[in-house]
Write a protein that binds this ligand. Structure first.
Ligand SMILES: [Fe+2]
Length: 600
């Protein structure tokens, strides 16, 4: 990426990459891998015999560019220490037509994860790759570089929110059956920090559901230290379904909150207790270090002298003339603390001025609350403004769409008993009196206070994003985080009327529970129906087009110059490793419309 040319390796990673490999150990390792065996004869054979290496965590690839791609594996050895492995990239699945090959270090200081940035590749090409040590081979992965020039079709599978203890990764298994993916987009909550029983829903508390894989979770506690985060990543990558999808296509990922701790912001997290659990900075850096070791992300860079404390994750990928994919970091880089009180949340909106400012949207010290931060906002604006492609796809964590506080008092979709149940749950989750506050917000036509961790909780940043979207040709926002499926037409009131500014689609969780585990027994269609019904009362707001609040699955985003089609595929269960799957909804958006035009 051209805007990174003057950047330098983030210090956290520079240290561990260069440290601790003596020349003698390197030579030994090369001999052991058979790489320079012919030079030293019998000694090399002895080394190969003495070191055993396994590739237990599969292979993956990521961050494709037109001429390069990241290959990843983990190579562990019973003898420990640092050693080299061989990698090969070929144009055929049997790895006979070798295009590139080399050696890469498996360093104990990087948890023996191995990452190679292979360069000199051809654009728009499918490759196969594997790692080896002596005669021990890894599995074979498939990957693809970015296409250039005239591109007619690109397909992404989009995922978020996989809590291992809560279910089987059937959603990954189902998507891994596809042979047509250009990339897997993961919008975060790829891992969760909780220990068994740490992620409580009303359904879990009532014994309606169980954590079916709790015994498999490693470590068996909330993760806090570097060793903990590494163990959890290894635990996830031991899953065969995850490994299958990891090997199927290049991954383009961003973290959400649970890669560190629930409801992360720049200086802390809801699920972090400063002191008792160490400092936030230590925990964040442990989480980040394990993330970059275990995920196929190009080594993070930062602008020299910029004072940045978090490696930059926001980046862009151009698919020829068809689309520009922009991936954002709404969590770690700049986010100020969330508002958790419903009263304070609605206060953001009650004090809004006619010219679209939110005077209450400030920190305790009076500074403007940030979500992306100025540097990332400017970068995003440039990426959208300069895009010559037909589509601008924005992959990020949290819902942008404005969802209303559900107007329970005036709906006929629920019985009085169901309304009482929901109000009881709101009080239980948000504290006594919360249901009354939610009802008051609904009567005013305000946003759902439950969404204060999303874009709606940062109205000034959201308003700036809306104006950026207005300037973009054909923006499509992808969101994760909520565990439910959403599609909305996005709108912006202006002096000349309410304008369409784009669409947003939300991908359901892989296993993390949706509203069905919160409002137990309330028909899912009624939950979605109330949000749609309450939102429709003010046509100046974003309008919900589709929702599914009870099923786990993924989105296929199928892009041509004529349309972006989004297909939601769901599995019938995550509580058993056997499942069925079906595509249940398809929506299309056409260029120039900035709203959904057809439903099928
Ligand atoms: Fe999540």
């Amino acid at each position: 990426m051209t805007d990174r040319q003057n950047d330098v390796l983030f210090p956290l990673f520079a240290q561990v990459t260069q440290a601790g490999v003596s020349r003698r150990n390197v030579l030994r390792s090369l001999m052991a891998a058979g790489i320079i065996g012919s030079l030293v004869g019998r000694d090399a054979e002895a080394q190969t015999a003495s070191r055993t290496v396994t590739f237990d965590h599969g292979v993956t690839s990521g961050d494709p560019l037109a001429d390069r791609i990241i290959l990843w594996t983990r190579a562990t050895s019973a003898q420990g220490g640092d050693f080299y492995v061989t990698w090969e990239l070929a144009s055929d699945a049997n790895i006979t037509q070798i295009v590139a090959s080399g050696v890469a270090l498996s360093l104990a200081s990087r948890d023996n994860t191995v990452k190679v940035d292979v360069t000199g590749l051809r654009p728009g090409s499918t490759y196969y790759y594997r790692f080896s040590f002596g005669s021990t081979l890894s599995t074979v992965g498939r990957t693809k570089t970015l296409p250039e020039g005239a591109v007619s079709n690109v397909k992404f599978a989009v995922f978020s929110c996989a809590t291992l203890q809560k279910g089987y990764f059937n959603v990954y298994a189902e998507a891994a059956k596809r042979d047509d993916l250009d990339a897997v987009l993961h919008l975060g909550d790829y891992i969760y920090e909780y220990g068994p029983g740490g992620y409580v829903t009303p359904a879990l508390a009532a014994g309606v559901v169980k954590e079916v894989r709790a015994a498999e979770l490693q470590p068996q506690k909330e993760i806090i230290t570097l060793a903990d985060y590494r163990t959890r990543h290894a635990n996830y990558r031991s899953d065969r379904n995850l490994q299958a999808l990891a090997a199927k296509a290049p991954w383009i990922v961003v973290w959400d909150d649970h890669e560190s701790a629930n409801d992360t912001y720049r200086a802390g997290a809801d699920n972090h207790t400063e002191g008792k659990e160490g400092t936030w900075t230590d925990r964040r850096d442990a989480a980040l270090r394990a993330y970059f070791e275990w995920m196929p992300v190009r080594e993070p860079l930062f602008a020299a002298g910029s004072g940045e404390t978090v490696p930059r994750l926001y980046r862009a990928f151009d698919y020829g003339n068809l689309l520009r994919l922009v991936m954002l970091d709404t969590r770690m880089t700049s986010r100020d603390k969330q508002i958790t009180s419903p009263t304070q949340f609605i206060g953001l909106y009650q004090t809004a001025t006619a010219d679209g400012r939110f005077p209450a949207d400030v920190n305790a010290d009076g500074t403007q609350r940030q979500l992306l931060g100025t540097t990332q906002e400017v970068w995003l604006g440039d990426r959208l403004k300069t895009s010559q492609q037909t589509w601008q796809v924005i992959g990020q964590q949290i819902l942008y769409q404005w969802q209303p506080a559900p107007d329970l008092a005036n709906t006929k979709l629920l019985t009085d008993a169901q309304k009482a149940q929901i109000n009881g749950l709101i009080d239980q989750i948000f504290g006594a009196g919360a249901a009354q506050q939610f009802a008051a917000v609904a009567a005013l036509g305000g946003p759902n206070p439950e969404t204060s961790d999303s874009w709606v909780g940062y109205p000034s940043a959201r308003a700036r994003f809306a104006r950026t979207l207005l300037q973009a040709k054909n923006p499509v926002i992808l969101a994760g985080d909520t565990h439910n499926a959403w599609a909305a037409d996005l709108r912006l009131p202006t002096a000349t009327g309410v304008l369409p500014i784009g669409v947003e689609v939300g991908t359901p969780g892989v296993t993390s529970p949706g509203y069905e585990e919160i409002f137990v027994g309330v028909p899912p269609l009624a939950v979605a129906g109330i949000i749609q019904e309450s939102g429709a009362r003010n046509q100046a707001n974003d309008q919900l087009v589709y929702a599914d609040t009870s099923q786990r699955g993924y989105m296929l985003v199928d892009i041509t110059h004529e349309r972006v089609a989004i297909e939601w595929t769901y599995v019938n269960t995550v509580f058993s490793p056997t499942y069925t799957a079906s595509m249940q909804k398809r929506l299309e958006v056409k260029p120039g419309q900035k709203k959904f035009s057809t439903t099928v």
